[in-house]
Write a protein that binds this ligand. Sequence first.
Ligand code: NAD
Length: 339
Amino acid sequence: MKIIVTGGAGFIGGNFVHHMVNKYPDYQIINLDLLTYAGNLETLKPVEDKPNYKFIKGDIADRDFVFQLFENEKPDIIVNFAAESHVDRSITDPEAFVRTNVMGTTTLLDACRTYGIKRYHQVSTDEVYGDLPLDRPDLFFTEETPLHTSSPYSSSKASADLFVLAYQRTFGLPVTISRCSNNYGPYHFPEKLIPLIISRALADEELPVYGTGENVRDWLHVSDHCEAIDLIIHKGKEGEVYNVGGHNERTNLEVVKTILEALDKPESLIKYVKDRPGHDRRYAIDPKKLETELGWKPKYNFDTGIRQTIQWYLDNEDWWKHIINGEYQGYFDTMYGNR
Ligand code: NAD
């Protein structure tokens, strides 16, 4: 089995590459990544010498490149993680999100229908459902919840999902989609809430919290997300969408306070900043379909998972300090030469 994992130098894609390379020594895992600011080959150090792993630098929205890659590699499965993923950046530069998230996805889909494929899997997000009110804890997103996006990021992800489903209906492409809640864990780029707070708190720097910090996110450990995708590409039904979440809802303020407590840092570091425009209030996933149909169950609860994650950041300071200092961007040249 040959699998192309796009965006495998990013946070979740990188964890997924580790998972697949180690679990399936007989599979060939090709990591295709453009190495934007968010792509970091240092994340792949633990697997880069394994015989079943290969890295290729390239752009999923570059049609000639993608078609040539399919011609050369004849992959069986595509798992598409590659994306512009940061909501704040989508507010300042929406076009980059259309290019990679929408056009990149349709380019991959076109290559899949031209060359044939056993499975195309789209890694999507619960943000395509919009948000839920804070005073209705009984409401959850199901796979039937209408798409109702708030940010340019979530709009680009929802558009991509619709193309994926349309290619199944129109061209009979064997596709699946997973829509996951917020992930946390090792190798998370330090612009996102949890690693941002850990790295800044360790340096005794101010901790920016949007608005009043009351917005609720549903957190899932990245390993549980990787397990879910592994299960869906092997056992999921063609044309189906699967929600992925572990019922770990926390306000942003609770997350920040948990980190401060674990690091023994004062709450006075918290600085409330002007709220993000269009900020979603609450996300909450109902993962029943994945649990009952495919037998998925998350292994981590948030309180253990977050403590292990904090410990990972303490044990791997080099990884995130290289990012903060911009040093990781030279790693590709060191590893692969400047080509
Ligand atoms: P990330 O920003 O850490 O990684 C994205 C990767 O994609 C980077 O390595 C980047 O270099 C690569 N990339 C960007 N544009 C590319 C292009 N044109 N061609 C090839 N590679 C390109 O993102 P992440 O947090 O790991 O998210 C991965 C996927 O999971 C995304 O599709 C995101 O929408 C989805 N998702 C993320 C979360 C979360 O909590 N982070 C939750 C649910 C779904």
